[in-house]
Design a protein around this ligand. Structure first.
Ligand code: HEC
Length: 114
């Protein structure tokens, strides 16, 4: 009687474990949900980090703006606002796209605040 109950409990426990493992495996196999902001698909946070802001600046900006051209704005106390202003300005300025703009601004910010 006791032995049977123990065996039953062991079996139930094994079943629960297998179920949990299957659930984890199933979830791991699925792509992460895509964040949707205002109807636009946001690129993954790592996309701009993987881009080389220095190289992008050299390609798209340096012929008109030196690397330190925006240092004052990016060092100002309203630095966060300056970054946002710059990003929205760049939507219609320069030949780089939005993700590249973010990598460039990140690079300029790092340069300015080193
Ligand atoms: C062909 C030359 C040229 C290129 C290339 C260029 N810019 Fe500009 N940029 C200008 C000129 C001229 C102005 C000022 C006139 C204006 O507001 O459009 C300006 C203005 C700006 C401003 C606003 C400055 C302020 O005081 O408000 C920012 C920020 C800026 N550029 C960043 C960039 C970045 C980053 C890139 C590279 C993606 C870039 N620009 C590429 C010529 C250029």
């Amino acid at each position: 009687m006791r032995a049977r109950r123990v065996r039953w409990a062991a079996r139930a426990f094994t079943l629960a474990l297998v179920g949990a493992a299957a659930l984890v495996a199933w979830r791991a196999g699925r792509p992460p949900p895509t964040p949707v902001v205002g109807g636009a698909v946001d690129p993954p946070a790592s996309a701009e980090a993987e881009l080389d802001g220095r190289a992008l600046h050299a390609r798209y900006c340096v012929r008109c703006h030196a690397v330190d051209a925006f240092d004052d704005a990016l060092r100002a106390s309203n630095q966060g606002e300056a970054v946002l202003d710059m990003l929205s300005f760049l939507e219609d300025h320069g030949a780089s796209d939005g993700v590249q703009d973010r990598a460039i601004v990140r690079f300029l910010l790092l340069q300015a605040t080193r």
